[in-house]
Design a protein around this ligand. Sequence first.
Ligand code: HEC
Length: 389
Amino acid sequence: MIIPSAMRLQRILKRHLRSVCAFLMLLISGSLMSAERPDARVSLADRSVAETLLRLPDFNLRGRPDLIEKLDRYLRANQGTTRYFQLVRQFKLKDRSNELLAIVLSRPGTTPGTWAAETLVQFDKRELLEQTTRHADTDRAVAAVRGLASVGDADTQAYFVETLKKGVLPVETLNAIATALSDQPEGEQFLAEWVASGNLPPQLAFTVGNLLHSSEIAAHRKIATRHLPRPKTSGGNPLPPLKDLVGRSGDPEHGRTLFFSKAQCAGCHQVDREGKQIGPDLTEIGSKLSKEVLYTSILDPSAAISHNYENHEVVTVDGKIEKGILLSRDTTGTTLKDAEGIVRSFSHAEIESFRKLPLSLMPDGIEKKLTVRELIDLVQFLASLKNSR
Ligand code: HEC
């Protein structure tokens, strides 16, 4: 009986001693050090203030602008580190919310990105993340979706489900939300039920199909087979789920031959200056896109349309419809380049209506022209196109 309470006493003493020492250090670093030549001492002084504050969870920073200034400098220099998050959370530095959001957006799928998202939610700033998922720049929106997904709580799930059902965001963002949902059992359950109800918007069929076809739950795979059958490839075999395709390797030389012949890719893309310049140049595409994204670009071209290659439509006053990539639109008129590479200009007087199309100029259904083997070889070729300089 005596021994434990003695130990307890010792522990209490120790804890208090730590706080007292820490407080003394804080006084020293806060006043003495700053009185010394600040130029040479700044980072050391800032660091010791930060380290000391970490040991004083109840310390009130209010009325200590000298410490706040040091802490601020320390945090700016150490953004995204463990210490940074410890301090920001401990002192509930909500005024750093925009900085946290920037960390989420610039580092999706990393530990700092996840911690930043979690901190925002702790600060009741979930709205900042949700707002960003509705941003027109899909790179930002998708990064925000990944940040929210890393929090993975019930509110996030509910927001994702509601947003998918509304369906007003760009396809790329909606696909990212569906992918994030499928990581959680309830989320996958929702997707399966949605598909079974027949209400899944067709533009999400490719992504959601891939998710459910590679589900671990047999009932979900069955729903996918029934409602979202795999498209048939040229050999008559169904297209394997994306996960399987990504895991297989092919013959890049055969893929190159296909690119310039049967697959007709060179009708719109250049590799090493060969081919037409309608879509983006693919000479170094293997450095830019992962195999998974290469497959999606080919099999679901409208899911993520590259910037500057959006498909547009002009309807002329005499009823002609022209589609193509927008080359220019200014006071003199509008110029499009169509799928054959033909450039057409229209004066404003000729144009009845002009709009951006949600569908890529790149044709879908390419899998119908190729066997599974050929598709794998083609992607192996594209993946091999790396920046060699
Ligand atoms: C009718 C023209 C056309 C054909 C044919 C075509 N593409 Fe495309 N492709 C485009 C356009 C336009 C884009 C850019 C818009 C987009 O991302 O949808 C594009 C985008 C891509 C991208 C994404 C590039 C990036 O930088 O993100 C890849 C990869 C690609 N195509 C591969 C292929 C392959 C492989 C084939 C042959 C099987 C092919 N394309 C056939 C027009 C075409």
